[in-house]
Design a protein around this ligand. Sequence first.
Ligand code: ATP
Length: 461
Amino acid sequence: MSENNISIDQIVSLSKRRGFVYPGSEIYGGFGNSYTYGPLGIELKNNIKNIWWKTFVHNRADMVGIDGDIILHPKTWHASGHVGGFTDPLVECEETRQRFRADHLIEDQLGEDVDGWTVEKINKFLVGKELLSPATKKPTLSEVKTFNLMFSTQMAKTSEGEDSKAYLRPETAQAIFLEFKNVVDTNRVKIPFGIAQIGKAFRNEITPGNFIFRRLEFEQMEIEYFVHPSEWEQLFDNWIADMHQWCELIGLDNAKIHELDVPEESRAHYSTKTIDFEYDFPFGCKELYGCAYRADFDLGNHQRESGKKLEYRDPQTNEVYLPHVIEPTFGVDRTILAVLCEAYNEETLEDGSTRTVLKFKPNIAPIKVAILPLMKKDGLPEKAKAIQEKLQIFGNVEYDEGGAIGKRYRRQDEAGTPVCITVDYDSLEDETVTVRDRDTMEQERIKITDLFSYLGEKYFQ
Ligand code: ATP
């Protein structure tokens, strides 16, 4: 099967089999859209987050980071427009009580894209048309209602009611806006500059699905980039280019990434321009990342609602103004899904057997090198473990002594390990090892003393 023709089931199955992603709460029969990143999954995730932070924070002079809370002052979400406007249209099946995204059903069954329409307009459109409940295959659906996607919770410190209501953040961005002034006052930052944050966000999605693509809780890597209002257009284009470079850096094929200039009616309530980065997932071309021009929507609203000045004074010109914001946003879970799909290959070998291999770029691979002693005796494990220790500087290096060597190679292929090193009896005599490349399966004999520079140059620059 070619790499372009994989199904999501293959990804789900490999993810579970090899410990990338497990269905969550499985011993209790599973729990909706809950997942756990397993031992390989967490390595992949951490690699992605670390490379992102290095690329966008450490390697740039115009970026700093913060780590804000998940539960912020509830007024934040009134000011940001999320309490009033962060909604999806919902219909309920009156027989089964199941709920569905009205816009998705209308698009699938009636071929009409109602993205951005008001509920009134959608209900008017539906008069005289038949929309079927996916649960009963009959027209047993309620009228369309709006549904707020924020998870709310009650704080213990005040008695129940509106005053004690708090929200789990639906995006990481808002903590950045709340701390804008603090960051400016306590750091040597000058506009244009950005603040980055990585963290969990929560959305009460009506129809989560497609594995880890649409989840109720997920992670975002977000940047709010503050600019002078006159400069936003050029800086926005620079960010689009930087986002493409990021995709390449983690091994995504830019031919599978499509920019969508999101039309006004489909844009989020805070945005006046948005470019979505859509990726060719096995289930269709869907949003991977986005870059939104939020203008002064957020700082302006928070300034008004809090009564605190959030303006910036230019140190050279003394001009005082409310900065505008460009927001490149990257979903961690969708990145993981995209790199899994990109890397997945099933190959037919010369002897007719097939191998499943994840061709990750070495920088994101969960295991960088596997060290395999040919036998579990005669000093081979000790020799292998000494090599493992030396190579750990490249990251996670796995030691595996169990089973036939061919099977151990296949195991590492499925984990996406770029290189395997086999320690055999000759190694004890001539201080060389066999180095096997994951993609070509070619093997080379390399001196142990040369391993570090060989691997450094070939895989881990
Ligand atoms: P969609 O249209 O697919 O619901 P969105 O436009 O609402 O996505 P944004 O608000 O732009 O998404 O969120 C920023 C990023 O967070 C997205 O580009 C995506 O990578 C990620 N993301 C958003 N919602 C989810 C979710 N429910 N599960 C996983 N990742 C998500």
